[in-house]
Design a protein around this ligand. Structure first.
Ligand code: ZN
Ligand code: ZN
Length: 205
């Protein structure tokens, strides 16, 4: 599966552009993603969100306005992008331009997005409703902030849970196969096998 990556915003958040048979899909929308898509002259059809943390959704409303694409996310992510004060309620002085989800995505063995099939895994612990999108055919996991190269997502933010995070990685992500490439929300790509053997938090060694 061919993908392109863009990294934007002060938290250096990754987003990934994937060409599906019926159109282009963007996973996550960090600051600057909209301008990046415009520069590339992409005709974006679908925006899927791994989770609702502000650095991953900053450009959602802008992208919706510019491309009029569909927005899909977990039900727990929806209020994080539609409620301007969501983050303020947790004591963060952050605000986003609100946007509405067009449809919900939840854990499922197979779901078709614009002609590409993904298994959707729900792996909370970093953020409630956090989704990982797995393309069996592409041996690719768009994982959000769950599993990083030599790291894992932080679990000390509101709704975080270290046990859920670690067990989710071990029970849902590791079985996908050592050869699978992980495209994380921050930092470089890695392989499931590399993390299964050497990750300082969750390795099985
Ligand atoms: Zn996050
Ligand atoms: Zn993040």
């Amino acid at each position: 599966m061919i993908y392109e990556a863009f990294c934007g915003g002060v938290f250096e958040t990754n987003c990934y552009l994937v060409s599906a048979p019926e159109g282009t899909i963007l996973f996550d929308a960090p600051q600057g993603a909209c301008e990046w898509l415009e520069r590339k002259d992409v005709d974006l059809k679908l925006l899927l969100l791994t989770h609702g943390h502000i650095d991953h959704v900053q450009d959602v409303a802008k992208i919706k306005r510019r491309f009029n694409c569909q927005i899909g996310c977990h039900p727990l992510t929806a209020p994080m992008i539609s409620d301007k004060d969501f983050f303020r309620n947790f004591g963060f002085e952050l605000e986003i331009e609100p946007a509405k989800a067009d449809f919900f995505v939840e854990e499922t063995p197979a779901r078709n997005f614009l002609g590409s099939e993904f298994r959707v895994l729900e792996v909370p612990g970093h953020c409630p409703g956090s989704l990982c999108f797995f393309s069996q055919k592409g041996e690719l996991l768009i994982g959000g902030d769950v599993l990083f190269a030599s790291g894992v997502g932080r679990w000390d933010l509101p709704g975080g849970d270290v046990d859920l995070l670690f067990s989710g990685i071990r029970e849902k992500l590791f079985p996908l196969g050592d050869a699978v490439t992980v495209l994380p929300g921050h930092g470089p790509p890695t392989k499931i096998g590399t993390e299964r053997l050497t990750n300082p938090f969750v390795s099985e060694q």
